[in-house]
Design a protein around this ligand. Sequence first.
Ligand SMILES: Cc1cc2nc3c(=O)[nH]c(=O)nc-3n(C[C@H](O)[C@H](O)[C@H](O)COP(=O)(O)OP(=O)(O)OC[C@H]3O[C@@H](n4cnc5c(N)ncnc54)[C@H](O)[C@@H]3O)c2cc1C
Length: 283
Amino acid sequence: MKLPFILAKRFVAGESFTESIPKAKELNNKNLKLTLDLLGENVKDRQTASDTVDSYIRLLDGINEHELESSISIKLTMMGLDIDEDFCRENLFRLLDIAQKHDQFVRIDMEGSDNTQITLDIFKEAHQRYGSHIGTVIQSMLHRSKNDINELADMGADIRLVKGAYNEPSKIAHQNMPAIREAFKEQAKVLLEKTDFPRFGTHDDELIDWLKTYTTKNDIPKDRFEFQMLYGLREDTMVQLTEEGYRTRVYVPFGSDWLPYFTRRLAERKENIWFVLSTMFKN
Ligand SMILES: Cc1cc2nc3c(=O)[nH]c(=O)nc-3n(C[C@H](O)[C@H](O)[C@H](O)COP(=O)(O)OP(=O)(O)OC[C@H]3O[C@@H](n4cnc5c(N)ncnc54)[C@H](O)[C@@H]3O)c2cc1C
């Protein structure tokens, strides 16, 4: 049984790209840049994976056609990573050929820890070929990120640092908020020191305030890094950060396969359940 889209409306811009365009333009008009994300994950057959690449390519075209200030985010498990690594790599490179041709940017989102190593391996290969057209994500909660961040920063990679949205065991990941925040701060320092333009994906005031203070103290200009937040959350804060002179970007998911993304948002923060209910009652 498919749940009604009205449930997800608070966090998902539309069930298709066309449906999401007005929201995207509205955010751009507030001087917020975007990352459009076609929802879905863990594709199990080759045809669906190839169709997904075609959809991503149409999305890049759509961004140009509608003159949106937007990059895109993709998930490797949507491009066939669970089926065959070489097939997934070919799919990614097919997309990146187009992105490079039109000077567009593609970020590989980070999924659960079973896929961390292979995602980083494929990212490194793609980075060698496509340079500034590709970036990825590091999850500060993972113990391994301490090393990964240094290696990627030394490569000059374009990194979005986040806490991590997947439940991971204590053997491989910090489990409590103070430790995750501490790791985030340490990794943020590495990115700020070694990379040109790091991106920080968080809604957490403690981290936002820390980033502002740390960068001010270290004479790092406001336009040398970016705050990123998810569609439907803290838009006022994003507008305020923009007005203060910071770079900002909203991650805008869309598509009919919204249930796993939606479930992660609810699990993350109990207040999000109230957001969903209030959106439903407003309509
Ligand atoms: C742009 C972006 C991209 C992401 N990409 C990935 C990815 O590729 N892979 C991945 O694993 N995860 C990704 N994430 C999710 C991320 O890993 C976290 O799960 C998610 O951001 C929740 O952590 P948080 O730091 O935002 O705040 P939380 O840890 O959820 O909350 C900490 C504190 O922040 C404050 N806070 C949080 N939300 C709000 C709110 N809405 N309003 C007011 N205060 C709030 C509260 O004080 C709260 O106690 C992404 C997140 C963002 C923003």
